[in-house]
Design a protein around this ligand. Sequence first.
Ligand code: PRP
Ligand code: ZN
Length: 295
Amino acid sequence: MKNDRNAPLGSAGKLRIAIQKSGRLYEDSISLLKECGIDLRNVKDRLKTESDNFPLEVFFLRDDDIPQYVEDGVADVGIVGLNILNEKCKEAEIVEELGFGKCRLALAINKSEEYVANYLQGKRIATSYPVLLQKYLNENKIAAEIHEISGSVEIAPGIGLAEVICDLVSSGSTLFMNGLKEVETILESQAVLIRNKELNEEQLKWVDKLLFRIRSVKKAKRNKYILLNAPNEQLSKIFELLPGMKSPTVLPLAEEGWSSVHSVLSEDEFWEKIEQLKAAGAQGILVVPIEKMIV
Ligand code: PRP
Ligand code: ZN
């Protein structure tokens, strides 16, 4: 089924998004939509569902199929791992990196093996990612044999199918449990929002609205709201540490000579700043999560 370009928003008048039906990206994809204020009707064990408060229809698909569905325009947008997108080489545009589902495609060998120079030459490598692996081998001028298997790649060395595996690593526990160690990274991956390349104006408008919400959620997660009390003579020092979105909010405390300062702090510099604020005389520091952040 090809996308009907004349229909303003798919056949049901809604933007159609494909997400993984189960697996590593499922929960986070659903949570992201929820955090974007998009309510979904029954998501459990469904092929598709829709939202009543945003013109969105959600298709639950195997992650491997999502790039194809988006290329064909059966879905307008999709959430998929960069690993799958790059492996499938489909025509879809990356709209945004979503910051979850972080993992890497890596080579691993038996942990008792020594990983010496040219180790990979002539070896058998088991993988579900033949395209990305072949590209890596070509770029590094390695002649190795690729054995494509569709799952449980980590058991290949144990059963004598291959000496090396090329598989996704997230926590590393799968490798550990199978007595393997990581030796090379082929691709750093995370979930991305992709879109069909030929969306019409109406569809693009809704992709933009979705993207605006996603960015507000992402930004909010990277920042914290901070409230503290400080003696007035220390305020200028504290303002320097807390520039805020525009500038910090300052309210007088009931106690003479003291103020309450409210501002926003990025997570990356959080602990360092807290120490500096304390050293500058801040007291009663409260830190609160931010739900959405629009700047
Ligand atoms: C991947 C990969 C490993 C595991 C690694 O499988 O194939 O088995 O995750 O994760 P870890 O480093 O946290 O142990 P995934 O869960 O994506 O399932 P799939 O292979 O069936 O797609
Ligand atoms: Zn998969």
